[in-house]
Design a protein around this ligand. Sequence first.
Ligand SMILES: Cc1cc2nc3c(=O)[nH]c(=O)nc-3n(C[C@H](O)[C@H](O)[C@H](O)COP(=O)(O)O)c2cc1C
Length: 200
Amino acid sequence: MNNVLVITSNPEPASLTAAVGEALAAGARAAGAHAEVIDLHRIGFSPVYTAVDRNHYLGRAPMPGDVVPIQNRLAGADAIVLVFPVYWYTMPAMMKGFFDRVICRDFAYDAATGNPLALAGKTVRVIMLTGGSQQWYESDGIDAALRNQICAQTFKKYCGVNDVDLVYVDNVTMGGNDCDQRAAAALQLERIKSLGVTLA
Ligand SMILES: Cc1cc2nc3c(=O)[nH]c(=O)nc-3n(C[C@H](O)[C@H](O)[C@H](O)COP(=O)(O)O)c2cc1C
């Protein structure tokens, strides 16, 4: 049975971001996988890179204690799905801190050799909720920049994750709750649930 781990970042528990994470997990479970969701806000994750993280990076201190349980859950997953709203064409600070502090040296890659470690060979999907349309991201080079930064450089080159892709939930209005917006969101949630099925 595949283990699917979903990591979400949104301060609002009832956000579309949270619903997307739950839809992905529901699809994976329906297809027989074990799926769990970690909401970074709900667990009180601290995204700030401090001297403790820096000392670990420099080999002067052990792995910061608060990131170890999250790393263990990542290491035990076959598929990892990150879900976040796009803020200023990139990930929110909470998710960036997850990359900085959790996907770190001597977990994701070996400090001495640079070789990938715990995430190598896994499947990763990065689901971005965007106010703009996917078409606009693709036509204006934003999609290419994000694919290079997140997929090619971070996950493929450093982490040894070759099966990585960006997925859009686009044209999203924060808090949008009228009839048309709910119908459009429901369609997108069905698409994400189907993606969960394929990861199971
Ligand atoms: C600080 C901030 C910056 C944003 N920047 C962008 C952006 O660069 N591109 C974009 O498409 N949408 C942008 N948005 C819109 C959000 O991506 C959109 O409202 C979000 O996906 C809503 O998801 P939620 O309802 O789950 O919070 C921004 C929103 C905020 C609050």
